[in-house]
Design a protein around this ligand. Structure first.
Ligand SMILES: NC(=O)c1ccc[n+]([C@@H]2O[C@H](COP(=O)([O-])OP(=O)(O)OC[C@H]3O[C@@H](n4cnc5c(N)ncnc54)[C@H](OP(=O)(O)O)[C@@H]3O)[C@@H](O)[C@H]2O)c1
Length: 317
């Protein structure tokens, strides 16, 4: 093993979604891994190859201790929506604390996962918060790669999987508005490769993480329905009505299905930046291979991050 591949990498969320795929690849490439998580006791698929430490945002000294000796921090930490004490503002503050702790601990590089089309002027808190954090990464003085994904698809993904789940379970599918706005998803293993390749890249880069195919939302729903062998019975709904429908559905599935901001981002074409593809896997091919599995189980964001919490914040399970 070369000296370089024995580096220690700190990564957030190794037991969660994107972080799990990146961790698998990092281990294959010989890195030593530490993870930061709210779920240190969650089922650890990597055994003793991955050491888990809590997100000690309230104790930066402990965060520094956790990060000391790591050469790179890979940061996937973020929240999809505000809930209870967790807000976009606290997520921004926590991430700033993490970046400062990394610098204090002697970490030299950060690979930061952002979002396509972040903007400090955006009225959408998700996109605005992500833009502020890109600025914090750039200003940190650490060398960096910032990756800007759109929707990251894979078996545990929320959006594509849950569209499939709704198509399997409901007689009609509601398309918000005209359905012509675009979406350009990237496969989770391609995303993981971009993250892990960035560990060794020199200098500072900002890069969209996008797949080779762009669909209108309506095309995407029709494609999923066709792969599932279900009739695509679509009904176009004004966006506020579609939002209310998903809000109510959320009570039944005990989740937040899609937020008002996510509707705005989707329908505002923020999920389909132009430019060269950085992921190779075609969603249409992946769906053809995985049509038996996709949408079999509803993927709940609330169950993933808030289950068992009486305080509306993630707890250690
Ligand atoms: N998934 C997508 O389609 C998508 C699209 C665009 C951008 N992104 C960005 O890609 C990154 C990874 O996304 P992902 O979907 O793979 O995330 P994830 O694995 O579900 O979570 C990533 C990290 O954030 C923490 N986290 C997530 N929700 C949280 C909450 N409500 N409260 C506290 N901590 C929370 C997780 O904590 P635990 O370790 O305790 O689980 C984990 O460490 C994020 O920065 C996201 O903004 C994702």
């Amino acid at each position: 093993m070369s000296e370089k591949t024995a580096d220690t990498i700190a990564i957030t969320g190794a037991f969660s979604y994107t972080g799990k795929y990146a961790t698998r690849l990092l281990l294959n490439r010989g890195y030593k891994i530490r993870t930061l998580t709210y779920h240190v006791d969650r089922n650890n698929p990597f055994g003793d190859k991955v050491q888990a430490f809590p997100f000690d945002f309230d104790h930066p000294d402990r965060l520094i201790q956790t990060l000391r000796g790591a050469s790179t921090l890979i940061n996937t930490y973020w929240v999809r929506f505000a809930r209870g004490k967790t807000t976009f503002e606290t997520a921004v503050q926590n991430t700033r604390t993490l970046i400062s702790a990394a610098k204090e601990a002697g970490v030299s590089r950060i690979v930061h996962v952002s979002i396509a089309n972040p903007s400090a002027e955006s009225p959408l808190s998700y996109y605005q918060g992500k833009a502020h954090l890109e600025r914090a990464v750039i200003d940190s003085g650490l060398s960096y790669t910032i990756l800007r994904p759109t929707v990251i698809f894979g078996l545990e993904d929320i959006l594509i999987n849950n569209i499939a789940w709704f198509i399997r379970h409901l007689p009609v599918f509601g398309i918000p508005g005209d359905g012509r706005y675009s979406i350009r998803p990237i496969y989770v293993e391609d995303m993981a490769r971009l993250i892990v390749d960035a560990v060794d890249q020199p200098g500072n880069t900002i890069c969209d993480a996008v797949g080779p195919e762009t669909f209108s939302f309506e095309e995407l729903v029709k494609l999923i329905a066709a792969q599932l062998g279900r009739p695509a019975r679509l009904v176009h709904l004004p966006m506020p009505l579609a939002y209310v429908a998903t809000f109510v559905t959320g009570w039944f599935v005990r989740d937040v299905v899609l937020t008002w901001e996510e509707y705005q981002g989707l329908m505002g074409n923020l999920l389909a930046p132009e430019g060269p593809a950085t992921g190779q896997t075609r969603l249409s091919d992946w769906l053809a291979e995985n049509h038996d599995h996709v949408g079999r189980r509803y993927a709940s964001e609330v169950a993933r991050h808030y289950a068992g919490s009486s305080q509306n914040r993630p707890t250690v399970r």
